[in-house]
Write a protein that binds this ligand. Structure first.
Ligand code: ZN
Ligand code: ZN
Length: 174
C-alpha cells in the first residue's frame, strides 16, 4: 500500500493514491479495443496505440494535469482511388485537467479516445495528387490512363444538360 502504481490498473485507469509532487511519466502500448476504438472497413489499426503521458499535480496538488502524446500505425483506404495505404497516427496535443483527482483511480480512456478521433481525418488521400478512379470504367488512374479518357473529357467540361436550349429541345411536344 502507498506505493504509486506505475502501470495502469486496467487499460488507462491510473491509481492516484500517492503521486509524487514532481509527477510521473507513464508510457506503454494498448490495443485499440482498450480505448473503445473498433476497426472500421476503411480504417484498421495495425499496431497497438503507444501512449507517453506526463501526470503532474497542479493547483497546490489538488488537481491533475495530463499531457503527452499518442501514436499508432493504421491501414486506411484512399477516398479517391480506394487503395489501402499505411498511415501514421501521431498527436502530441494531449492536455487534460482533472479536479480533485487525488486519492482516486482516474480513467483516461474517454479523453484519450477523443484525442485519437480528433487526430484521424474524415477523409484520407494516398497522395495530394491522387488521380482517383475513372468515373466511367472505374480504373485507378494512378496506374495509367484508361481507354475511355476521350469520352470523359468530352462530356466533362460543359455537359449538354446545362445548356438551356438543349433542354428546350428535349421538352416533350404536346
Ligand atoms: Zn488515392
Ligand atoms: Zn475509364
Amino acid at each position: 500500500m502507498g506505493e504509486y502504481s506505475r502501470q495502469p490498473v486496467k487499460g488507462l485507469q491510473f491509481d492516484l493514491l500517492d503521486l509524487a509532487p514532481e509527477g510521473k511519466t507513464l508510457s506503454g502500448d494498448l490495443d485499440c479495443a482498450e480505448f473503445d476504438l473498433d476497426d472500421l472497413p476503411r480504417r484498421t489499426f495495425t499496431s497497438p496505440i503507444h501512449y507517453q503521458l506526463r501526470l503532474t499535480p497542479i493547483n497546490g496538488g489538488h488537481d491533475l494535469l495530463v499531457q503527452g502524446n499518442l501514436s499508432s500505425q493504421l491501414t486506411v483506404v484512399c477516398d479517391r482511388c480506394d487503395e489501402p495505404f499505411a498511415w501514421e497516427l501521431f498527436t502530441d496535443e494531449v492536455c487534460h485537467e482533472y479536479e480533485n483527482a487525488f486519492g482516486t483511480t482516474i480513467d483516461l480512456t474517454d479523453d484519450l479516445r477523443e484525442d485519437i478521433l480528433m487526430t484521424i481525418p474524415q477523409q484520407f488521400l494516398c497522395n495530394e495528387e491522387c488521380l482517383g478512379l475513372c468515373p466511367t470504367c472505374g480504373k485507378n488512374l494512378n496506374q495509367g490512363p484508361c481507354d475511355c479518357d476521350d469520352t470523359v473529357e468530352a462530356s466533362g467540361e460543359v455537359p449538354d444538360e446545362t445548356n438551356p436550349w438543349s433542354q428546350l429541345d428535349q421538352l416533350p411536344l404536346p
